[in-house]
Design a protein around this ligand. Structure first.
Ligand SMILES: Cc1cc2nc3c(=O)[nH]c(=O)nc-3n(C[C@H](O)[C@H](O)[C@H](O)COP(=O)(O)OP(=O)(O)OC[C@H]3O[C@@H](n4cnc5c(N)ncnc54)[C@H](O)[C@@H]3O)c2cc1C
Length: 383
């Protein structure tokens, strides 16, 4: 059985491994020209704290041993679902089944799209290399977006000797994951490190002038930067799926076993929409990649398929003495937040309770007891 996998990210690699373990001939197509790498570690690569070899998922020898034919620099340009054929720049190839694992693309507002090299997202190796070339001590970095990726980039940039400003449109940091107290502790910790955070402000436009970027904020203020990192999220890359007329909403729509309505075509990772939801998670992409491939092969063999059961994955982030953790809900109507022993203005252990049951836990500056509470939150979610 010949299985083609489109995209060699976390979902694609696991799909390839699973298909190879099932004795299939596997071809893994990657649009990128380097061996597949841990995408979250791009931040360390971009700011000079890791090199490419250190962030590779597997060496070339592993693909050879697994009998996975890895085709680098091979973007799939066209897909014919009925014929199960794909087109690359080198020609047409046919398969018994295909797994689409193209991932996502960073959101770039229109002014950022027409901006020059001083404004960049951080989503792939070319972005990381472009940032790396511009790291200088005391260079001014503006990060647009105060989510976890923006915060991580800010910390790495500080370590590289840059001065950093984060611009966040919301009135506090990470409001989906953290309540007001935890958000404010997070802000204070960033400020203590030397990151300036501008809340409640967005960028309206940008201009490059003699090697300096002038960012015009919605308030009319102008901020000068030597580099600007746009970090305002990502969305599924639907270019290929749309060209093949696959059912797409926010992502490629898949069923309970991660198969598309078109026979012999599975999809996994950031590119999919499962039960109406799109996700951006390395762990989930890996789990989905494996199951999507196994179910595809089962379907082709006439065997039973397994349902995908998404797992709630906590936000866990630690960089030296900076650590933040969260899972579940923040306090809202019908629930209340309790600060646990040891909480201060910059160290937070907050538990969100609903009807006497923990439904959310957030910690800033410590992990003490987090795993125990997280288990209880997950249990409550399953009820
Ligand atoms: C800087 C950064 C930090 C992150 N940190 C975290 C974190 O801490 N924790 C976490 O859970 N997640 C994190 N994420 C998100 C995580 O990396 C993604 O959720 C995960 O990579 C999704 O895996 P995927 O396989 O679906 O897609 P991707 O890893 O995006 O891989 C998709 C691959 O498909 C290729 N491709 C696209 N179109 C084609 C085509 N037509 N033909 C061939 N190849 C194609 C792309 O080039 C890409 O290599 C981070 C992401 C970034 C960018």
């Amino acid at each position: 059985m010949r299985i083609g996998i489109i995209g060699a990210g976390h979902a694609g690699i696991e799909a390839a491994k699973a298909a190879s373990e099932q004795g299939c001939d596997v071809v893994l197509f990657s649009a990128e020209n380097v061996l597949p790498y841990y995408r979250p570690r791009l931040v360390a690569l971009a700011f000079g704290q890791a090199d490419l070899a250190a962030i590779q998922i597997k060496p070339q020898a592993w693909y050879d041993q697994q009998k996975i034919s890895l085709r680098l620099d091979s973007r799939v340009l066209g897909l014919n679902p009925e014929k199960r054929e794909i087109t690359t720049s080198t020609g047409v190839d046919a398969f018994d089944g295909l797994v689409i694992a193209c991932g996502g693309t960073p959101v770039m507002p229109s002014f950022a799209k027409k901006s020059g090299p001083l404004m960049t997202p951080l989503w792939d190796i070319t972005h990381a290399n472009a940032i790396r070339e511009r790291i200088r001590r005391n260079a001014r970095l503006v990060v647009v977006g105060g989510g976890i990726l923006g915060i991580e980039a800010a910390l790495h940039a500080l370590e590289a000797g840059m001065s950093v400003i984060i611009i966040e449109k919301m009135s506090r940091l990470m409001p989906v994951q953290f309540g007001a107290k935890a958000s404010s502790a997070l802000l204070r910790r960033l400020e203590e490190k030397g990151v300036q955070v501008l809340l409640g402000r967005g960028v309206a436009d940008s201009k490059e002038d003699s090697g300096v970027l002038k960012l015009q904020l919605e308030t009319g203020e102008i901020l000068e930067a030597d580099l600007c990192l746009m970090s305002i999220g990502a969305r599924p890359d639907l270019a290929l799926a749309a060209s093949a007329c696959l059912p797409c909403e926010r992502g490629i729509v898949v069923d309970h076993s991660l198969q598309t309505p078109v026979g012999s075509l599975a999809a996994a990772g950031d590119v999919i929409q499962f039960e109406g939801v799109t996700r951006c998670s390395m762990k989930e992409a890996s789990a989905q990649g494996r199951l999507a491939a196994l179910n595809l092969i089962s379907r082709l063999r006439g065997l039973e398929e397994r349902a995908y059961v998404p797992e709630t994955i906590p936000l866990t982030f630690r960089s030296k003495d900076f650590e933040i953790y969260a899972i579940g809900e923040t306090a809202s109507q019908g629930s209340e937040e309790h600060l646990l022993d040891g909480s201060t203005e910059t160290l937070i252990r907050a538990l969100v309770m609903k009807d006497g049951i923990p439904v959310g836990v957030q910690m800033i500056g410590t992990r003490e007891g987090f795993d125990t509470y997280a288990t209880q939150v997950k249990k409550a979610q399953k009820k």
